[in-house]
Design a protein around this ligand. Structure first.
Ligand SMILES: [Zn+2]
Length: 132
């Protein structure tokens, strides 16, 4: 017997042709490993970009407008990542990174707002100091 063309049924021990979907003897399914092999998950496509935008929105929050823009992009990319995982839960993973992206984007947005009065006060003081 050639082992390349026949496999042993794990349930009843009968040697069955490899092309069979199930055992002709006991009708047990013979390809249980196939779905398991496809369960290797990959990172959601936007996860890294979302996290980078979130971190940059914090870093650039003192420039206000770039902080707002990057925060908005980070939040959008994080949502796209969540949607990708929801649509293909067997393919994509990376919820932890998306959560981090969402939090950093939120912090970047808050810091950008906090910086507005600081920059305004600084500008007023600067103009006042120039005219003094
Ligand atoms: Zn069998």
């Amino acid at each position: 017997m050639n082992d390349d063309t026949k496999i042993k049924c794990p349930y009843c021990g009968t040697f069955v042709d490899k092309t069979e979907e199930s055992c002709p003897q006991c009708s047990a399914p013979l390809k249980p490993n196939k779905p398991a092999k496809q369960q290797t998950k990959i990172l959601a496509p936007t996860a890294i970009a979302a996290l980078v935008c979130g971190i940059l929105s914090i870093s650039l929050s003192s420039a206000i407008i770039p902080g707002f823009i990057l925060s908005g992009i980070g939040k959008k990319k994080a949502q796209e990542g969540y949607d990708a995982i929801a649509a293909n839960p067997d393919t994509y993973t990376g919820e932890g990174m998306l959560n981090a992206a969402r939090i950093t984007s939120k912090v970047g947005l808050i810091l950008s707002i906090v910086w507005i009065p600081i920059v305004i006060l600084y500008t007023i003081f600067y103009i006042w100091a120039l005219n003094y």
